[in-house]
Design a protein around this ligand. Sequence first.
Ligand code: FES
Length: 367
Amino acid sequence: MLNEKWHKLGGIDDFKVPSLREITINNTPIALSYQNGEFGAISNICNHVGGPLGQGRLDGDYIVCPWHNWKFHRTKGSGEPGFEQDKVPQYELKIENGILYINTESITSRHKTPHPPHPLARKVKREEGKIRVVGISTTIMDSENPRYSTSDKLLEVAINHAKKELGAETLLIKLNDLKFRACEGYYSKSAAACTWPCSITQMDETDQLAQVYEALIHWGDVIIVSTPLRWGAASSLYYKMAERMNCIQNQVTIADKVLIQNKVAAFIITGGQDNIQDVAGHMLGFFAELGFAFPPFPYIAHSRGWSAEDMENNMDYVKNSSDLKDGAKDLVKRSMEMSEIILGRKISKEKITHPGRKAQSLHVEKK
Ligand code: FES
Protein backbone atom coordinates (compact mmCIF):
# COMPACT_ATOMS: atom_id res chain seq x y z
CA MET A 1 0.00 0.00 0.00
CA LEU A 2 1.20 3.44 -0.86
CA ASN A 3 2.28 5.78 1.89
CA GLU A 4 0.14 8.95 2.16
CA LYS A 5 3.05 11.19 1.27
CA TRP A 6 2.94 9.79 -2.25
CA HIS A 7 0.58 11.40 -4.71
CA LYS A 8 -0.65 9.72 -7.84
CA LEU A 9 -0.01 11.78 -10.96
CA GLY A 10 -1.31 9.38 -13.61
CA GLY A 11 -0.15 7.09 -16.37
CA ILE A 12 3.48 7.63 -17.32
CA ASP A 13 2.69 8.09 -21.00
CA ASP A 14 0.66 11.18 -20.11
CA PHE A 15 3.77 12.88 -18.67
CA LYS A 16 6.37 12.22 -21.37
CA VAL A 17 5.30 15.01 -23.72
CA PRO A 18 5.90 17.87 -23.32
CA SER A 19 9.31 17.08 -21.88
CA LEU A 20 8.96 19.91 -19.34
CA ARG A 21 5.85 21.15 -17.58
CA GLU A 22 4.75 22.76 -14.33
CA ILE A 23 2.34 21.00 -12.01
CA THR A 24 1.01 21.90 -8.58
CA ILE A 25 0.43 19.18 -6.01
CA ASN A 26 -0.86 20.17 -2.56
CA ASN A 27 0.06 23.80 -3.26
CA THR A 28 3.59 22.74 -4.11
CA PRO A 29 4.65 24.00 -7.56
CA ILE A 30 6.87 21.49 -9.33
CA ALA A 31 8.83 21.45 -12.59
CA LEU A 32 8.32 17.95 -13.97
CA SER A 33 10.53 16.77 -16.80
CA TYR A 34 11.06 13.67 -18.88
CA GLN A 35 14.12 12.91 -20.96
CA ASN A 36 16.08 9.83 -22.01
CA GLY A 37 13.61 7.51 -20.28
CA GLU A 38 13.87 9.28 -16.90
CA PHE A 39 11.45 11.59 -15.08
CA GLY A 40 12.71 14.44 -12.90
CA ALA A 41 10.92 16.69 -10.39
CA ILE A 42 12.30 19.84 -8.81
CA SER A 43 10.75 22.99 -7.38
CA ASN A 44 9.09 25.16 -9.99
CA ILE A 45 10.37 28.31 -8.26
CA CYS A 46 13.69 29.69 -9.47
CA ASN A 47 16.24 30.82 -6.90
CA HIS A 48 16.79 34.12 -8.65
CA VAL A 49 13.51 36.04 -8.44
CA GLY A 50 11.02 33.22 -8.56
CA GLY A 51 10.65 32.47 -12.27
CA PRO A 52 8.50 29.41 -13.14
CA LEU A 53 11.09 26.78 -14.09
CA GLY A 54 8.47 24.45 -15.58
CA GLN A 55 7.73 27.09 -18.20
CA GLY A 56 11.38 27.14 -19.27
CA ARG A 57 13.20 24.78 -21.59
CA LEU A 58 15.57 21.85 -21.30
CA ASP A 59 19.23 22.23 -22.14
CA GLY A 60 20.74 18.78 -21.71
CA ASP A 61 20.10 17.80 -18.10
CA TYR A 62 19.35 21.37 -17.06
CA ILE A 63 16.16 23.38 -16.94
CA VAL A 64 16.71 26.90 -18.19
CA CYS A 65 14.58 29.43 -16.30
CA PRO A 66 12.34 31.31 -18.74
CA TRP A 67 12.95 34.66 -17.04
CA HIS A 68 16.72 35.19 -16.96
CA ASN A 69 18.21 31.86 -18.00
CA TRP A 70 19.53 30.52 -14.71
CA LYS A 71 19.91 26.74 -14.95
CA PHE A 72 19.07 23.94 -12.53
CA HIS A 73 19.64 20.21 -12.91
CA ARG A 74 16.30 18.75 -13.87
CA THR A 75 16.47 15.79 -11.45
CA LYS A 76 18.82 17.00 -8.68
CA GLY A 77 17.88 20.70 -8.52
CA SER A 78 21.51 21.81 -8.32
CA GLY A 79 22.72 24.88 -10.18
CA GLU A 80 24.73 24.65 -13.37
CA PRO A 81 28.48 23.80 -13.22
CA GLY A 82 30.22 26.44 -11.11
CA PHE A 83 26.98 27.18 -9.20
CA GLU A 84 26.20 23.68 -7.89
CA GLN A 85 25.47 24.96 -4.40
CA ASP A 86 22.65 27.14 -5.70
CA LYS A 87 19.94 24.51 -5.31
CA VAL A 88 16.21 24.27 -5.63
CA PRO A 89 14.40 21.40 -3.83
CA GLN A 90 14.35 17.97 -5.45
CA TYR A 91 11.33 15.65 -5.25
CA GLU A 92 11.21 11.88 -5.34
CA LEU A 93 9.27 10.11 -8.09
CA LYS A 94 8.36 6.47 -8.53
CA ILE A 95 6.53 4.35 -11.04
CA GLU A 96 4.27 1.47 -10.06
CA ASN A 97 2.24 -0.47 -12.59
CA GLY A 98 2.76 2.22 -15.21
CA ILE A 99 1.53 4.97 -12.84
CA LEU A 100 3.74 7.93 -11.90
CA TYR A 101 3.79 9.02 -8.25
CA ILE A 102 5.45 11.99 -6.57
CA ASN A 103 6.43 12.60 -2.96
CA THR A 104 5.84 16.28 -2.20
CA GLU A 105 8.11 16.20 0.84
CA SER A 106 11.27 17.37 -0.85
CA ILE A 107 14.38 15.27 -0.37
CA THR A 108 16.75 18.23 -0.62
CA SER A 109 16.23 21.81 0.51
CA ARG A 110 16.58 25.11 -1.24
CA HIS A 111 19.96 26.76 -0.93
CA LYS A 112 20.71 30.18 -2.29
CA THR A 113 24.33 31.04 -2.79
CA PRO A 114 24.78 34.73 -2.06
CA HIS A 115 25.30 36.64 -5.29
CA PRO A 116 27.02 39.98 -4.81
CA PRO A 117 24.47 42.71 -5.57
CA HIS A 118 24.97 44.76 -8.70
CA PRO A 119 26.51 48.16 -7.82
CA LEU A 120 23.41 49.93 -9.15
CA ALA A 121 21.29 48.10 -6.58
CA ARG A 122 22.80 50.13 -3.71
CA LYS A 123 20.52 52.42 -1.69
CA VAL A 124 19.75 55.68 -3.46
CA LYS A 125 21.20 58.47 -1.38
CA ARG A 126 22.17 61.90 -2.63
CA GLU A 127 25.75 62.72 -1.75
CA GLU A 128 26.33 66.26 -0.52
CA GLY A 129 27.67 68.75 -3.04
CA LYS A 130 26.82 71.07 -5.88
CA ILE A 131 23.84 70.55 -8.14
CA ARG A 132 24.75 67.81 -10.64
CA VAL A 133 23.50 68.17 -14.19
CA VAL A 134 23.45 65.27 -16.66
CA GLY A 135 23.01 65.87 -20.39
CA ILE A 136 21.78 62.92 -22.45
CA SER A 137 22.13 63.26 -26.20
CA THR A 138 20.00 60.84 -28.19
CA THR A 139 20.89 61.82 -31.72
CA ILE A 140 22.46 59.20 -33.98
CA MET A 141 25.38 59.76 -36.30
CA ASP A 142 28.48 58.12 -37.71
CA SER A 143 30.81 59.00 -34.84
CA GLU A 144 33.91 58.53 -37.01
CA ASN A 145 32.57 61.12 -39.41
CA PRO A 146 30.51 63.35 -37.13
CA ARG A 147 28.02 65.88 -38.45
CA TYR A 148 26.62 69.02 -36.92
CA SER A 149 23.59 68.22 -34.76
CA THR A 150 21.31 71.05 -33.69
CA SER A 151 19.99 69.16 -30.64
CA ASP A 152 23.52 68.20 -29.59
CA LYS A 153 24.71 71.76 -30.00
CA LEU A 154 22.02 73.22 -27.77
CA LEU A 155 22.59 70.48 -25.19
CA GLU A 156 26.27 71.31 -25.19
CA VAL A 157 25.45 75.00 -24.66
CA ALA A 158 23.20 74.12 -21.72
CA ILE A 159 25.74 71.79 -20.10
CA ASN A 160 28.65 74.21 -20.55
CA HIS A 161 26.57 77.01 -19.10
CA ALA A 162 25.64 74.88 -16.11
CA LYS A 163 29.30 74.11 -15.51
CA LYS A 164 31.00 77.40 -16.27
CA GLU A 165 28.40 79.98 -15.26
CA LEU A 166 26.12 78.25 -12.79
CA GLY A 167 28.69 76.23 -10.84
CA ALA A 168 27.15 72.81 -11.42
CA GLU A 169 28.96 69.51 -11.70
CA THR A 170 28.16 68.20 -15.14
CA LEU A 171 28.20 64.99 -17.14
CA LEU A 172 27.40 64.64 -20.83
CA ILE A 173 26.38 61.20 -22.10
CA LYS A 174 25.96 60.56 -25.81
CA LEU A 175 23.86 57.45 -26.32
CA ASN A 176 25.41 57.19 -29.76
CA ASP A 177 28.75 56.34 -28.07
CA LEU A 178 27.29 53.58 -25.88
CA LYS A 179 26.78 49.97 -26.80
CA PHE A 180 23.58 48.72 -25.22
CA ARG A 181 20.93 46.16 -25.97
CA ALA A 182 17.35 47.00 -26.74
CA CYS A 183 14.79 46.03 -24.09
CA GLU A 184 14.09 42.32 -24.52
CA GLY A 185 10.64 42.39 -22.93
CA TYR A 186 11.24 40.73 -19.55
CA TYR A 187 8.18 42.62 -18.36
CA SER A 188 6.16 40.83 -21.03
CA LYS A 189 7.01 37.50 -19.36
CA SER A 190 5.93 38.76 -15.95
CA ALA A 191 6.12 42.10 -14.10
CA ALA A 192 8.36 40.34 -11.56
CA ALA A 193 10.78 39.32 -14.32
CA CYS A 194 11.52 43.00 -15.04
CA THR A 195 14.02 43.62 -12.27
CA TRP A 196 15.97 46.52 -10.85
CA PRO A 197 18.77 46.81 -11.85
CA CYS A 198 17.63 46.00 -15.38
CA SER A 199 17.77 42.26 -16.14
CA ILE A 200 20.05 42.92 -19.11
CA THR A 201 22.39 45.08 -17.02
CA GLN A 202 22.68 42.31 -14.45
CA MET A 203 23.30 39.59 -17.01
CA ASP A 204 25.53 41.45 -19.44
CA GLU A 205 28.36 43.44 -17.94
CA THR A 206 29.32 44.75 -21.37
CA ASP A 207 25.98 46.54 -21.69
CA GLN A 208 26.78 50.23 -21.30
CA LEU A 209 23.37 51.57 -20.39
CA ALA A 210 24.57 51.10 -16.80
CA GLN A 211 26.20 54.53 -17.21
CA VAL A 212 22.82 56.12 -17.87
CA TYR A 213 21.18 54.33 -14.93
CA GLU A 214 24.02 55.41 -12.67
CA ALA A 215 23.62 59.03 -13.76
CA LEU A 216 19.83 59.07 -13.52
CA ILE A 217 19.30 57.11 -10.34
CA HIS A 218 22.37 57.85 -8.25
CA TRP A 219 24.36 60.83 -9.45
CA GLY A 220 22.33 63.49 -11.20
CA ASP A 221 19.93 66.08 -9.81
CA VAL A 222 18.98 67.54 -13.19
CA ILE A 223 18.65 65.55 -16.42
CA ILE A 224 18.50 67.37 -19.74
CA VAL A 225 17.57 65.09 -22.63
CA SER A 226 18.05 66.31 -26.19
CA THR A 227 16.49 64.75 -29.24
CA PRO A 228 16.15 65.48 -32.92
CA LEU A 229 12.73 65.18 -34.54
CA ARG A 230 12.55 62.10 -36.72
CA TRP A 231 9.35 61.69 -38.71
CA GLY A 232 7.43 63.57 -36.07
CA ALA A 233 8.88 61.48 -33.22
CA ALA A 234 11.92 61.53 -30.96
CA SER A 235 15.13 59.79 -32.03
CA SER A 236 14.99 55.98 -32.17
CA LEU A 237 17.87 55.97 -29.66
CA TYR A 238 15.67 57.93 -27.26
CA TYR A 239 13.04 55.19 -27.49
CA LYS A 240 15.67 52.49 -27.14
CA MET A 241 16.75 54.12 -23.87
CA ALA A 242 13.17 54.80 -22.75
CA GLU A 243 12.15 51.16 -23.18
CA ARG A 244 15.07 50.12 -20.99
CA MET A 245 13.70 52.40 -18.24
CA ASN A 246 10.63 50.24 -17.72
CA CYS A 247 12.57 48.64 -14.87
CA ILE A 248 12.64 52.00 -13.03
CA GLN A 249 8.90 52.58 -13.28
CA ASN A 250 8.16 48.91 -12.63
CA GLN A 251 9.78 49.09 -9.20
CA VAL A 252 7.00 51.44 -8.14
CA THR A 253 4.45 48.85 -9.25
CA ILE A 254 5.95 45.63 -7.96
CA ALA A 255 8.05 46.74 -5.01
CA ASP A 256 6.56 50.09 -3.95
CA LYS A 257 10.04 51.46 -4.51
CA VAL A 258 10.52 54.94 -5.98
CA LEU A 259 14.01 55.14 -7.44
CA ILE A 260 13.71 58.67 -8.87
CA GLN A 261 13.07 61.22 -6.18
CA ASN A 262 13.88 64.91 -5.98
CA LYS A 263 15.18 65.02 -9.52
CA VAL A 264 14.35 67.36 -12.36
CA ALA A 265 14.09 66.63 -16.08
CA ALA A 266 13.94 69.01 -19.03
CA PHE A 267 14.16 68.59 -22.79
CA ILE A 268 15.66 70.06 -25.94
CA ILE A 269 13.82 69.13 -29.13
CA THR A 270 14.94 70.29 -32.54
CA GLY A 271 14.48 69.21 -36.10
CA GLY A 272 13.73 70.11 -39.63
CA GLN A 273 10.04 69.36 -39.51
CA ASP A 274 7.36 69.67 -36.88
CA ASN A 275 5.40 67.74 -34.22
CA ILE A 276 7.30 69.29 -31.33
CA GLN A 277 4.36 69.38 -28.92
CA ASP A 278 3.57 65.71 -29.49
CA VAL A 279 7.18 64.69 -28.89
CA ALA A 280 7.40 66.95 -25.83
CA GLY A 281 4.12 65.54 -24.55
CA HIS A 282 5.45 62.01 -24.76
CA MET A 283 8.72 62.90 -23.07
CA LEU A 284 7.00 64.81 -20.28
CA GLY A 285 4.52 62.02 -19.68
CA PHE A 286 7.18 59.35 -19.62
CA PHE A 287 9.60 61.17 -17.34
CA ALA A 288 6.72 62.13 -15.03
CA GLU A 289 5.92 58.43 -14.64
CA LEU A 290 9.51 57.75 -13.71
CA GLY A 291 9.21 60.26 -10.86
CA PHE A 292 10.88 63.38 -12.26
CA ALA A 293 9.74 66.92 -11.48
CA PHE A 294 9.90 69.66 -14.11
CA PRO A 295 10.89 73.30 -14.15
CA PRO A 296 8.51 75.94 -15.50
CA PHE A 297 8.57 75.65 -19.31
CA PRO A 298 10.31 72.25 -19.21
CA TYR A 299 11.46 72.17 -22.83
CA ILE A 300 12.84 74.33 -25.55
CA ALA A 301 12.33 73.46 -29.15
CA HIS A 302 12.91 74.54 -32.68
CA SER A 303 11.82 73.32 -36.08
CA ARG A 304 11.59 74.75 -39.54
CA GLY A 305 8.07 73.53 -40.12
CA TRP A 306 6.26 70.92 -42.17
CA SER A 307 7.17 72.18 -45.62
CA ALA A 308 10.81 73.03 -44.94
CA GLU A 309 13.38 70.92 -46.80
CA ASP A 310 16.31 73.32 -46.50
CA MET A 311 18.20 71.48 -43.79
CA GLU A 312 21.41 73.42 -44.45
CA ASN A 313 19.50 76.53 -43.48
CA ASN A 314 18.20 74.77 -40.40
CA MET A 315 21.76 74.14 -39.22
CA ASP A 316 22.77 77.69 -39.99
CA TYR A 317 19.76 78.98 -38.18
CA VAL A 318 20.66 77.14 -34.98
CA LYS A 319 24.36 77.97 -35.31
CA ASN A 320 23.54 81.66 -35.59
CA SER A 321 20.64 81.87 -33.17
CA SER A 322 21.59 83.58 -29.94
CA ASP A 323 17.95 83.23 -28.85
CA LEU A 324 18.11 79.44 -28.96
CA LYS A 325 21.41 79.38 -27.11
CA ASP A 326 20.04 81.75 -24.46
CA GLY A 327 16.96 79.56 -24.29
CA ALA A 328 19.14 76.49 -23.67
CA LYS A 329 21.05 78.34 -20.96
CA ASP A 330 17.90 79.49 -19.26
CA LEU A 331 16.39 76.00 -19.49
CA VAL A 332 19.25 74.55 -17.48
CA LYS A 333 19.12 77.49 -15.08
CA ARG A 334 15.38 76.97 -14.46
CA SER A 335 16.01 73.26 -14.02
CA MET A 336 18.77 73.87 -11.50
CA GLU A 337 16.53 76.30 -9.65
CA MET A 338 13.78 73.71 -9.50
CA SER A 339 16.37 71.29 -8.20
CA GLU A 340 17.34 73.83 -5.53
CA ILE A 341 13.67 74.08 -4.52
CA ILE A 342 13.07 70.38 -4.21
CA LEU A 343 16.38 69.86 -2.45
CA GLY A 344 15.29 72.59 -0.04
CA ARG A 345 17.65 75.31 -1.19
CA LYS A 346 16.99 78.88 -2.29
CA ILE A 347 15.97 80.22 -5.71
CA SER A 348 16.43 83.37 -7.75
CA LYS A 349 13.60 85.52 -8.99
CA GLU A 350 15.13 86.56 -12.30
CA LYS A 351 13.05 86.83 -15.44
CA ILE A 352 12.69 83.64 -17.51
CA THR A 353 14.57 83.87 -20.81
CA HIS A 354 13.32 82.31 -24.06
CA PRO A 355 11.29 79.42 -22.65
CA GLY A 356 9.48 76.73 -24.65
CA ARG A 357 8.47 77.82 -28.14
CA LYS A 358 9.92 81.21 -27.38
CA ALA A 359 13.46 79.84 -27.39
CA GLN A 360 13.66 81.82 -30.60
CA SER A 361 11.97 84.85 -32.09
CA LEU A 362 8.51 83.86 -33.24
CA HIS A 363 7.38 84.69 -36.71
CA VAL A 364 4.24 86.73 -36.82
CA GLU A 365 3.13 87.63 -40.29
CA LYS A 366 1.40 90.95 -40.46
CA LYS A 367 -1.40 91.37 -42.96
S1 FES B 1 16.63 33.37 -13.81
FE1 FES B 1 14.92 32.52 -12.89
S2 FES B 1 13.88 34.24 -12.09
FE2 FES B 1 15.64 35.12 -12.98
